[in-house]
Ligand binder design. Structure first.
Ligand code: PLP
Length: 236
């Protein structure tokens, strides 16, 4: 039962402490250091006031998955020292808006999108880090290129003005073994780094599978529910 006096800050602080405890345990098991891992707090559906609380608790990376919501929140939080990550499927016609606030886009999965992002980033005088989202199952509905298309899209991003190739991202397949999926992603990341040594980001792991992600080399975790609570079903 929730104590009536529990403030939102206390709730979020408890969620963050628990997530940090899980990260520390997974790092210890994997023989990794905490500083190798960036925790991206996925704040979608939650208000800017929660972003402010997270910032007060030391979080510096936040993630969103819908442009309209993200643009409004980023502008409300423009005074905060945050790095904004865009983690959702992205329509090409949102490129201009997204490059205006996003520092890292985790979900680049086609050439046309990369070209549009580059064009708009140049116009805006920005340089945006892009990750190639890889589909680790055969469910195209969740975005991502099939692994065979990763090298070509990565090469395109690397030569596109306005963009920097950061690395790879994936969502573990529903119902599968996340460890197997993340091991595969890490293998793809190693192969990518033969050609692109600086593209070292491996964005993997969410609330339910962050331990497995850390075991398999994740550098960025995208965590929403475990920090902020379960999201209400989204109504458009
Ligand atoms: C919402 C979302 C997350 C966070 O998921 P949780 O299970 O709430 O931690 C991570 N990655 C992507 C791409 C998301 O859309």
């Amino acid at each position: 039962m929730k104590n009536a006096n529990t403030t939102r800050r206390d709730e979020i602080a408890a969620g963050l402490a628990e997530v940090e405890r899980r990260i520390a345990g997974a790092c210890e098991t994997a023989g990794r250091a905490r500083h190798e891992i960036t925790l991206v707090a996925v704040t979608k559906t939650y208000p800017a006031s929660d972003v402010r609380i997270l910032t007060g608790l030391g979080v510096r990376d936040v993630g969103e998955n819908r442009d309209q919501e993200a643009a409004a929140k980023a502008s409300e939080c423009a005074d905060l020292p945050l790095t904004w990550h865009f983690v959702g499927q992205l329509q090409t016609n949102k490129a201009r808006s997204v490059v205006s606030y996003a520092d890292v886009i985790h979900s680049v999965d086609r050439a046309r999108l990369a070209e549009a992002l580059g064009r708009e980033a140049v116009k805006a005088g920005r340089r945006v880090t892009c990750l190639v989202q890889v589909a680790l199952d055969d469910d195209p509905g969740r975005g991502g290129v099939v692994p065979a298309q990763l090298p070509a899209l990565a090469d395109l991003i690397a030569v596109t003005e306005g963009l920097a190739l950061g690395g790879v991202m994936a969502v573990a397949p529903l119902g599968g073994d996340p460890g197997r999926a993340f091991a595969r992603l890490l293998g793809l990341s190693f192969a990518l780094r033969v050609e692109h040594p600086h593209a070292s980001v491996v964005s993997a792991g969410m609330s339910g599978d962050l331990t497995q992600a850390i075991a398999h080399g994740a550098t960025h975790l995208r965590v929403g529910t475990a920090l902020l609570g379960r999201r209400k079903p989204f109504v458009r």
